[in-house]
Design a protein around this ligand. Structure first.
Ligand SMILES: [Zn+2]
Length: 312
């Protein structure tokens, strides 16, 4: 069983133009660090459109071709962050629901809403009850703490409805995103106050990974996913293996999930390649670091299936 627990289905109109410009900036800088120069206009024209897949055709095609059994798709609400009035959040959530309805065996679609929206609770409740979405993704780096009273209104509703939470942790994106909201320590209140909520801290909290692993070792309702660490596997494979080993040692093998953050890093490493890299760890890990087949199978799909209540 191979489950990508962290994927974003994206369309241009679902996100503010300012955000697309920051994505272009990140690509330009990322390419530069690989020794490649590309002008922003060129990146916008040639690379960014390949991310847009509003109906999920490219995603389903990739899953079918590469044996990816299930994908959890996480929507994002960046509108308040950019102070724009255009709101296509509703369209985004409907598209997520439509893809899940079309491929119920393959797609698990989550809802989202910026917790600062006055009607955030209604948005999420409708998305779960009427659209059939199966969890909630929060992106605090847009400007709210996950333990803020405004977020708690939303979490209360999710708790009542028995929904799991994925919370992006770690530094996320350039200004106007604020890294402080991504510190995983704020999840501690949520783990304690909502003991039956399954919480996945996205991205192993990047630079805050040690705080996450040590802080949540004994908070058994908190898991993490390994999405967006693909660059580290390329630039410093030993470091990646060390961090993953730490995650498994502190959280236990049942609380680490495979995820990619694709399509954003697909150009660097397709989903299948990252999954194969994880699968090969028992054979290929650097000297002194070991992984078992059992651990690898749990990461690649078993854990997500259990946490999301899927029949495997
Ligand atoms: Zn993400």
């Amino acid at each position: 069983m191979l489950i990508d627990a962290h994927y974003h289905l994206v369309a241009r109109e679902w996100y503010p133009e300012g955000w697309w410009q920051s994505v272009v900036g990140m690509y330009v800088n990322g390419l530069k660090s690989l020794g490649m120069e590309m002008a922003p206009d060129m990146v916008m024209e040639t690379m960014i459109p390949s991310l847009w897949d509003p109906e999920g055709e490219a995603l389903i095609n990739d899953m079918t071709t590469n044996g990816i059994d299930k994908t959890v798709i996480l929507p994002m609400d960046y509108w308040l962050l950019y102070g724009e009035n255009t709101v296509t959040l509703d369209k985004q959530l409907k598209a997520y629901s439509a893809l899940q309805k079309k491929h119920p065996d393959k797609i698990i679609a989550f809802a989202t809403a910026d917790a600062r929206r006055p009607n955030a609770v209604e948005i999420v409740e409708r998305a779960i009850k009427d659209l059939g979405l199966k969890g909630v993704n929060l992106y605090p780096q847009t400007g709210f703490f996950v333990n803020d009273p405004r977020t708690r209104r939303l979490l209360d509703k999710m708790y009542e409805l028995g929904m799991p939470l994925t919370c992006h942790t770690g530094q996320q994106g350039p200004a106007p995103f604020r890294a402080k909201f991504g510190d995983p320590v704020h999840l501690d209140d949520i783990a304690v106050d909502y003991p039956n909520m399954m919480i996945t801290a996205g991205h192993m909290a990047f630079g805050w990974h040690e705080q996450l692993f040590y802080g949540f070792g004994l908070k058994y309702n908190v898991a993490t996913d390994i999405s967006a660490w693909q660059d580290v596997t390329k630039t410093n494979f030993r470091k990646f293996c060390t961090v993953l080993r730490q995650a498994l040692d502190r959280l236990g093998k049942d609380r680490v999930l495979f995820g990619t953050d694709n399509p954003f890093v697909s150009a660097l490493m397709p989903t299948k390649e990252y999954a194969d890299l994880i699968k090969g760890l028992p054979q290929n890990a650097p000297e002194g670091i070991t992984f078992t087949e059992d651990e690898v199978n749990a990461i690649l799909g078993g854990n997500a299936a259990r946490i999301l209540g899927l029949k495997s």
